[in-house]
Every structure is written in structure tokens, then in C-alpha cells.
Design a protein. Structure first.
Length: 657
């Protein structure tokens, strides 16, 4: 290899990955193949120094014969050096060739572990459907190998999960859970002022809920734009299990009627019946409440009735805003205890983290890294498997954070997300327009100030447009879809029964998962990207603002379930709150979980797409996101409480925390 550049020289740049163990001490060889069927000699790639360290970009100069034309393929392999190796496998992100004096650059994306003595064929831009791949045997062997390292496990009632974490899924840096305070006091709270004082400590920011938690308008706002904005529904008839009638509601409605509210489409409800019968901490109570809300004359959603258990009865009264202040406040707190349990188990963990683990495992086990769809999804599935492993080890394990801070504990959490996943449908619930329409809250005239809905729809449409333009590059017609066995194997592995660890609502043919059209593939991919980015951002990054003030969104209450309307005082509210150390545990972890972990949507940590034909799709996507962000920021300037979590600059690409 020479040092001087000439028209026949090539600069070879090899980027080693930053995964744990990505480096190699082996000898690295390449052979180059050109468009005129010329082949270079076997070339040792070596600068006589420590090359190929973790995260390194190594540059080499190669002299080629004058007759050598444009490089169409690189053959790359490693061989054991004479010294004892400390690392034999090697993870390459990319190989780039820069041609002589023209400086024309071609990228050969790799994103693979290079195993000793295995010869790899690398191609420019590396974006092939399997039926068009020039090296089908290599591709098939790659998938066989990935199925060995991405092994799955099945547990009854649970989605398919990863058995053990492969090395290339490890974090590039260690994520650690750190407490916000070094000294945690113990004991109970004296009063609300005592609780408020914890936010004067260094490093403990004051959640916005501190200022609003007592207000009924805030309680309604939580249903629309809080951690769980996915339960509110239009009420078209009063549920028979809810013990309300017109006479009871007269003092609350002040001249209006329930029937009138129904006719005007101003009555809404949230029913957390999914919590009925869920296991929980011994000696503590949990509930499965149902609540009515009305849209008042100021277009604010406010609660008008809360029943804490499903079936009406003498010991299950309907609590009203006209009741004693302490009673009504505790009723709202009990409802929010149930809502936080549902949020953490189903809305957050179940329907983002675990749902997408099924998708990611199917992707790795059935799709080559060379597949255009793999490259489309990869930035949005970054770190998911590692995050899920960390969550179960440190948060949901026996004796972990959930056992310490939540009434339902880890056992109830698992029960809940199993129930939630059984009910979830990819098409009905995954496409946001369908979800809002099914809950009959899709019309802004019916339910205004639902910023989660408005921003979700705008972002989904931009994601769908991005996916659509990208897919149209690689699939000319429906025959290309049918002939793509990797996509068909991918969908087939996911579209199995819930009992077999699969997902519902995916397209099928003759009872087997099957993608029949480009349109089907587009909405499936749009839902996946939307879930990993937008949905997760909405249900994750407000956690500190909600859970950070325990009276606002409690995960545990220590006093018995409210069963009568005997007046309550501030002391009763304080007595219901968890101990100081438990609350500080909640503050610590929810503050960490609310921190953004990866780049903003559309701006990728790791670039997987190099095909020049597809780069315009990304540029247009970024442009659309910029416009959406500008509109959201313009709207937020007019709001008393800005809804910022779905501004695209605040939405990460992936579930990375």
C-alpha cells in the first residue's frame, strides 16, 4: 500500500462499531472487484499500528492497476494473526472507498459482526430485496446465524421475548440509574408544605403538577395530555354499572342533564375495568374505577363523577365534586392510582417496550441487514432490547423499584400488561386515526384541547409519507412484495396467536401472516416507527411531571380504599401518601426515565441508509418535521400549559430509556 494519491489509488476507510467487543486484533484482508470483471490481488489492510479499535475510523491507501474500473464489490475477511488474539470477531459499521484524484466516494454499509475466516461480499449502498441480492447464499447464512444469537423465549400469556442479549445490542455506553439525592430521609410527611419542601433540595426540580393537582380542570387535562392520554372515550350512554342518575347529578350539572350532555357530545368517560382482580401488595388496596367527565362552557374537560369499583353498591359510592373537598380529592387520587398502574404496566411498558420487542426480534431473525426495510427500521429500534433487559433487571425484578414503589408490584404489573396486550390490535389501535375514531374522540370540535391527538396525527402522517416514499423506491408492484420472502417470514413470525407470543391485527392470508400489498407494508412500518418514537415519547417523558408530585399521580396509597363520604382532612391525604424514601425513589427513577436518550426524530444516531435514491426521503421527512415543530411551538405560545412533549425536537427516534 502506498501513501501518495494517484488516479489509480483508492483510500479505504473502515469504521469499527462502538459496541462492546467490536474491535479486532486479527489480520484483515480485502479483494476488490470492478465492473469490467477485474479482480485485485489479496491485500492485507494494515497501517502497522493498532488498527480497528472500538469506534475508530481507520484509513488505508491502496494502489490498483491502471485497467481497474469502478469497484462493484469488496470481498473482506479476517485471519488469525501470529500472536494470541484478544478479539477474533469484529463489528464493522461501514467501509468507504474514495477513488484517486476524483475523490468519488462510495459507501459499502456493513453493520455486521465479521467472523474469523468467513469471507464477506460487500456491495455499494447495500440495499437489496432478497430476490435481487447478488449473493443470496451469504444472506441466508447471515439469517441462520442471527437466529442462533437472537434466541427467543416463550412464557404463557406473554409476548415473545429475547432469551439473552447479543453483544451488538449492548449499549455503547453504560446507562446507570442514579439517585437525585445522596441522603434519603425516612418516615412520613407532616403536611403538604413538608412534601413541597423536598423540591428545595439541589437536583430535585419542581414538577408542574405541584401548582395544579387540586384542580378539577387539571384532573381532566391529565386524561387528554398526561402520561396516559389513551383512555378517554365519548360517552353515548351511561354504563349500567355506574351508579349515577339525573337526580343525583343536578347539583353538579347546575341546570344541565346527563342526557343533554350525551346529545351534545359533551359527556366522556374513562373505564379502568382492566384492573379488576389484579394482584397487589398485601395490606394495601387497589381499585378498578370508572369516571365521567364533561366538557364545560369553557371547553375544559372536568370530572363530574368517580366510582372506584366496577359494580355499584352501598360500599361503592359515586363521588362527586360537590362532596367534601377531602373526600373528592382522595377519590381523584384513588382514580389516578389506578391510572398510574395501568399507565406503567400497559400503556408504557406493555404497548411500547414489550410490543416492539416482538417486532425487533422478528426483524433480526428474519431480515438481513441488507434489506431496505431493516435499514428503515434500525434507527428506531436502537437499544430497545438492551433497555428492556435493563428495565426487568433493575426495575421490574423481585424486590426492585416497582415492588418498592407501586401498589400492584411486579406481579400485578405482569398480569396487567398480559391483559393489555391480549386486547391490543395492530390496525385498530396502532394507527392513531383508527384509535381516536374508535374512542370517538377524533373530532376537535367534539373534544378540543386534546393536543396529544392533534400532534400524534400530524406526526403519524409525516412518518407515513416518509415510509411511503421509501417503500416505493424498492417495491415496483405487489409482485415484489409477494416475492420478498424475508418480509413474508417477518410478518408470519409476528402474526401468530397471543398464546404463541404473537400480535393481533396484522394482515393474514389463509390464517397465516402475509403482506399482500405495498399499502399494507406501509402502514405496518409507519405504526412501528410511530410507536417507537411518538407514542413512547408521549407516555414516557412526562413521567416526572406527573409522578414527581405523589399526591398528583400516586403509584401507591397507604390508607384503605375510600368507601364512604365521611369528611376527610389534609392529614388524611398526607397519611395516604407513601413514606419519604419510597417517594424519593419515585422521583429518582421517573426523573431519569423522563430524560431524552437519543437524537430527535429524523436525525439518526447511526446512519443506516446510504442509497442515493433514498436520501431525499430523509431530507423531506426532516423538512416536514420542522414544519410540524414550528406549528406546535406557535400553538404552545398561546397555552397556559404548553404541550411540548411531541414537538419533534423532543421526540427521540427510538425507545432508548
Amino acid at each position: 500500500m502506498g501513501l501518495m494519491q494517484s488516479k489509480n489509488s483508492i483510500t479505504l476507510r473502515i469504521r469499527t462499531g462502538d459496541q462492546k467487543g467490536a474491535q479486532t486484533d486479527a489480520n484483515v484482508y480485502v479483494m476488490l472487484y470492478d465492473t469490467s470483471d477485474n479482480t485485485s490481488e489479496k491485500i492485507l489492510v494494515d497501517n502497522w499500528k493498532d488498527d480497528f479499535k472500538i469506534g475508530a475510523l481507520d484509513t488505508f491507501n491502496i494502489e490498483l492497476p491502471e485497467s481497474f474500473t469502478e469497484v462493484k464489490k469488496i470481498e473482506l475477511w479476517t485471519e488469525k494473526a501470529t500472536i494470541e488474539l484478544t478479539s477474533s470477531t469484529w463489528f464493522i459499521q461501514t467501509v468507504e472507498l474514495v477513488r484517486g484524484l476524483t475523490r468519488k466516494s462510495v459507501v459499502f454499509p456493513v453493520f455486521r459482526w465479521i467472523r474469523p475466516s468467513v469471507h464477506y461480499s460487500l456491495y455499494p449502498w447495500d440495499a437489496f430485496l432478497p430476490q435481487n441480492d447478488p449473493d443470496k447464499e451469504q444472506r441466508e447464512n447471515e439469517i441462520k446465524y442471527k437466529r442462533e444469537i437472537y434466541k427467543v423465549k416463550y412464557e404463557e400469556g406473554s409476548p415473545v421475548m429475547l432469551k439473552s442479549l447479543p453483544a451488538d445490542e449492548e449499549f455503547s455506553k453504560e446507562y446507570q440509574l442514579k439517585n437525585l439525592v445522596s441522603e434519603i430521609t425516612t418516615g412520613s410527611w407532616e403536611n403538604l408544605e413538608d412534601l413541597d419542601n423536598i423540591y428545595s433540595k439541589e437536583g430535585i426540580p419542581k414538577p408542574r403538577a405541584c401548582a395544579y393537582w387540586k384542580e378539577d380542570t387539571w384532573f381532566g387535562y391529565q386524561r387528554l395530555n398526561g402520561c396516559n392520554p389513551k383512555s378517554i372515550k365519548l360517552c353515548e350512554e351511561i354504563p349500567s354499572k355506574l351508579g349515577v342518575d339525573e337526580e343525583m347529578m343536578k347539583p353538579v350539572l347546575k341546570g344541565e342533564t346527563l342526557e343533554g350532555l350525551i346529545q351534545e357530545k359533551r359527556l366522556f368517560y374513562a373505564d379502568l375495568e382492566i384492573l379488576e382482580g389484579i394482584g397487589h401488595r398485601e395490606g394495601f388496596d387497589c381499585c378498578a374505577p370508572i369516571a365521567l367527565f364533561m366538557l364545560n362552557s369553557e371547553n375544559n374537560l372536568v370530572p363530574i363523577a368517580i366510582q372506584l369499583q366496577q359494580q355499584k353498591g352501598a360500599d361503592n359510592p359515586v363521588f362527586l365534586p360537590t362532596d367534601d373537598w377531602g373526600v373528592w380529592t382522595l377519590a381523584k387520587m384513588w382514580f389516578n392510582l389506578a391510572d398510574s398502574s395501568y399507565h406503567q404496566s400497559v400503556v408504557h411498558l406493555g404497548l411500547t417496550h414489550l410490543l416492539m420487542e416482538v417486532v425487533v426480534l422478528a426483524q433480526h431473525r428474519n431480515m438481513s441487514v441488507s434489506h431496505p426495510v431493516y435499514k428503515l427500521l434500525a434507527p428506531h429500534t436502537l437499544f430497545l432490547l438492551a433497555i428492556n433487559k435493563l428495565a426487568f433487571e433493575r426495575l421490574a425484578s423481585p424486590g426492585g423499584w416497582i415492588d418498592k414503589t407501586m401498589t400492584i408490584q411486579s406481579g400485578g404489573l405482569v398480569e396487567l400488561f398480559h391483559k393489555g396486550l391480549q386486547r391490543w390490535d395492530f390496525y385498530r389501535d396502532g394507527i392513531p386515526a383508527n384509535d381516536f375514531a374508535n374512542r370517538k374522540v377524533d373530532d376537535p370540535k367534539v373534544l378540543p384541547n386534546y393536543y396529544f391527538r392533534d400532534d400524534s396525527l400530524a406526526l403519524y402522517n409525516s412518518i407515513y409519507k416518509y415510509v411511503s416514499s421509501y417503500i416505493d423506491i424498492y417495491y415496483v408492484n405487489e409482485n415484489d412484495i409477494s416475492a420478498d420472502w424475508e418480509i413474508q417470514d417477518w410478518i408470519k413470525s409476528m402474526a401468530v396467536s397471543h398464546e404463541d407470543g404473537g400480535l393481533q391485527g396484522l394482515p393474514k392470508k389463509d390464517g397465516i401472516g402475509h403482506v399482500s400489498s405495498k399499502e399494507e407494508l406501509k402502514w405496518i412500518l409507519a405504526v412501528i416507527i410511530f410507536t417507537c418514537s411518538v407514542t413512547h415519547a408521549a407516555v414516557n417523558f412526562l413521567q416526572y411531571e406527573e409522578y414527581g408530585f405523589p399526591a398528583n399521580y400516586p403509584s401507591m396509597l397507604r390508607t384503605p380504599l375510600l368507601k364512604d363520604k365521611e369528611p376527610k382532612t389534609e392529614k388524611d391525604i398526607i397519611d395516604a401518601l407513601p413514606e419519604k424514601d419510597q417517594i424519593l425513589d419515585v422521583l429518582s427513577v421517573t426523573h431519569l426515565l423522563s430524560s431524552k436518550g437519543t437524537n430527535s426524530l429524523g436525525y439518526f444516531e447511526t446512519r443506516y441508509i446510504y442509497d442515493p435514491k433514498a436520501l431525499g426521503c430523509i431530507t423531506n421527512f426532516q423538512s416536514d418535521l420542522k414544519k410540524i415543530g414550528e406549528e406546535i411551538r406557535k400553538r404552545n405560545k398561546t397555552l397556559h400549559i404548553p404541550y411540548e412533549v411531541l414537538d419533534p425536537v423532543n421526540v427521540p427516534n427510538a425507545i432508548s430509556i
